[in-house]
Design a protein around this ligand. Structure first.
Ligand code: MN
Length: 533
């Protein structure tokens, strides 16, 4: 379960690692939107504030000229008007006319050539009115700002809407962009570029747009740029963003992998666990069914993590075997067994110690050297050692297999066939391997139910083992019936829960001493050994 969870995590992490790359487009879009929107707003602001300030300049000049002139169309008035035009940047003309548009006088003594493009409009907050007009030959419309004088007359000044000509303004616009000045009643005054796309847009995301007003004047300024055009200006940044995103993805992937590596998934830190001796030997007693004495033990293992968690071998043994970690793991276990059971072996020199080997051990003669190096100078003698090999995965009958077995035999150790009866072995196979002990698998022992008088398969297995002159150990003995049945069939040694589970070294030693020191153990064990032989 745990490792499945970690695989899901790893997969999720790998998918997440590509999010930056996928997100590049999205991020860049958002960035372009943000940058260009601000740019558009600035542009609109500059146009609308220009209109506002020139219109306000016109209003101020108009008021000043009227205030400084006791009556209209006098020499003083004309002088004041001319001075105002020369002193202002944007003023073009002053004009006095009646309410029907009949001209009385102007700053230069000629007819003012203009035509209205809009009705005069009130300006909120001002007494002046505003109209859009075409003035003379100017291609850019002008604003006519007017103040009524008395009952019948009107004084006006003219200011161009924008300081530049239409073509000069057009040059400042990006390709495909649109800029439009309209009255707030909808009348269009100036349009640069083509506004039809913008007016028919499907979604506001298609355009980058901004709008603003010329102060209190009823004039609206709009600007719009198709998003795709704006985005195309960021091609270089696209490359840079993608590059950064790839880097981010790579970093994320590496972090993810190292997280998984460091996480407490058994598969990933078994190697370190072995180095730290976290794989601990546990000892399951093997009992003499006739005397009740302890004749030996099988070394099993548990992974004792530093956090106190204890993992049974089922969770990591297969992984250990597949990865080859079974070999250093067995070395570590044997070293710990030597340290654990050295003292006990001085007291019980005939105690057998059974160690499980893997198929991989029989493909490399190194195991013989390891056994020799570890137990050579220890109180545990080679003849106490039994090496178990499972029948579930048959050994190849190769030169190396044979030399490992004969090497172990030469030291004085013995070989046991583990899980006997469950594999595909036959008499010939067992005979060629040179097996000394047969460990009958628990499934055959389980066949002994209360009241059973005969278990043909088990009986056959026992008979076969005797024929081969092998010692027999029954595994998984859990009930008294089973123990009695086995004893009645001449099986002398057994292990299982009825006697003890796999024990930590302390508990195992106590049990071993309790079972064997009551009377003088030596002669009795000798009896057991000869009976088994
Ligand atoms: Mn075993």
């Amino acid at each position: 379960m745990k490792s499945k969870f970690s695989h899901v995590l790893m997969l999720l992490g790998a998918v997440l690692a590509f999010v930056p790359i996928i997100a590049v487009d999205y991020l860049l879009d958002a960035y372009v939107q943000y940058r260009e929107k601000a740019e558009a707003q600035r542009y609109v602001e500059s146009i609308s504030s220009h209109i506002n300030s020139s219109a306000m300049d016109g209003v101020a000049a108009l008021r000043q000229v009227i205030a400084a002139s006791p009556s209209l169309c006098t020499a003083t008035f004309v002088t004041n008007a001319q001075e105002a035009i020369e002193g202002g940047l944007n003023l073009k003309q002053f004009l006095v006319e009646n309410l029907d548009g009949v001209q009385y006088c102007d700053a230069y003594g000629r007819v003012v050539d203009y035509s209205p493009l809009s009705q005069p409009l009130p300006v909120p907050g001002l007494t002046e009115t505003m109209a859009v007009v075409k003035l003379g030959e100017m291609d850019m419309p002008a604003l006519k700002l007017s103040q009524t004088f008395g009952e019948t007359r009107r004084v006006s000044t003219f200011v161009p809407l924008l300081g530049q000509s239409e073509s000069a303004l057009n040059d400042t616009l990006p390709d495909a962009a649109m800029m439009r000045v309209t009255l707030t009643n909808g009348l269009s005054i100036v349009t640069l570029g083509d506004p039809t796309g913008f007016d028919r847009r499907q979604s506001s995301a298609d355009y980058i747009s901004a709008q603003g007003y010329a102060g209190q004047f009823p004039i609206k300024v709009e600007y719009a740029l198709p998003f795709a055009m704006a985005r195309s200006g960021y091609a270089d940044l696209d490359v840079a963003f993608t590059f950064i995103a790839c880097l981010a993805s790579a970093v994320f992937l590496i972090l993810n992998l190292s997280y998984v590596r460091r996480s407490r998934v058994p598969a990933f830190d078994l190697e370190r666990a072995i180095e730290r001796n976290e794989i601990k030997p546990y000892y399951q007693p093997v009992i003499n069914l006739r005397t009740g004495e302890l004749v030996g033990c099988e070394v099993l293992c548990r992974w004792e993590k530093r956090n106190g968690q204890v993992i049974p071998p089922g969770a990591f043994i297969d992984y250990a075997e597949v990865t080859g970690l079974a070999i250093p793991m067995t070395v570590s276990l044997m070293q710990q067994v030597r340290n654990d059971l050295g003292d006990l072996s001085r007291t019980l020199p005939n105690m057998k110690i059974s160690i499980n080997l893997f198929e991989g051990h029989f493909r490399d003669v190194g195991i013989v050297e390891d056994v020799q190096a570890i137990f050579g100078q220890s109180p545990i003698s080679f003849r106490q050692l039994v090496f178990e090999i499972t029948e579930r995965r048959p050994l190849t009958n190769s030169m190396t297999t044979t030399s490992v077995i004969s090497g172990l035999h030469a030291l004085g150790a013995r070989l046991a066939m583990d899980d006997a009866g469950t594999g595909h072995s036959n008499l010939a196979y067992l005979a060629t391997l040179g097996v000394d002990v047969i460990k009958i698998d628990r499934i055959f022992v389980d066949m002994i139910k209360p009241g059973t008088t005969q278990v043909p398969v088990l009986d056959g297995l026992i008979a076969m083992a005797k024929d081969l002159d092998c010692e027999i150990v029954a595994e998984g003995v859990e009930t008294e019936e089973q123990a009695l049945y086995l004893r009645s069939r001449g099986v002398l040694h057994a292990q299982g829960y009825i006697f003890a589970p796999a024990l930590k070294v302390g508990a195992f030693k106590e049990l071993a001493l309790a079972l064997n020191s009551a009377s003088n153990p030596q002669p009795r064990l000798e009896v057991v050994a000869s009976a088994a032989a």
